[in-house]
Design a protein around this ligand. Sequence first.
Ligand code: SIN
Ligand code: FE2
Length: 203
Amino acid sequence: MLQLPNGVRHSPEYLSRSRQEALVDIIRAIVVEAPLFVPVMPGTGKPMSVRMTNCGPLGWVTDKERGYRYQPTHPVTGRPWPDMPQELLDIWSDVSGYDKPPQACLVNFYSDDARMGLHQDKDEQDLAAPVVSISLGNACLFRVGGVQRTDKSLSLRLSSGDIVVLGSAGRMCFHGVDRIYPATSTLLKNGGRINLTLRRVTL
Ligand code: SIN
Ligand code: FE2
């Protein structure tokens, strides 16, 4: 058994196929209301390879001028984010061990050649709440390390329906996605991977 860092939990196959399909339908409806946008790095303006949107009262956004932040509206349409669906509130209640509900669900869409560099989730004020991450579609190679960027890291494969919780001592662990494994799931008709991260933002 792989020894994950303290506070990092991996629940393989947490969601049944039918729950995964229902979630994909929910996400499609969210994307109609709140279209995917291309996030860019603060300062450099370099685009990230994932496309993203959000649901819930707050959404995580980034642009060249104002950097990483949460805001109540979509950066392109200016409209409030779609409501947090009950299915996601239920998953949070089941796995987070946290009494307050999540305020943000970041929806990351990875094409088969997208990745995400090693980073910490640190734009939230409430660090007592865990980050709950749901994987849908093609599998990926997920890397997780310690609280220092230079700490040794380990890699695990995340498949459709898996859940990862970064909580307590694992809340500030560096993590990232090194690669997507094409054609490893039939859930998304056009391939790729969706990752949902549920977070509590304010205290
Ligand atoms: C993230 O850290 O925002 C995404 C992690 C993942 O795609 O599994
Ligand atoms: Fe993250």
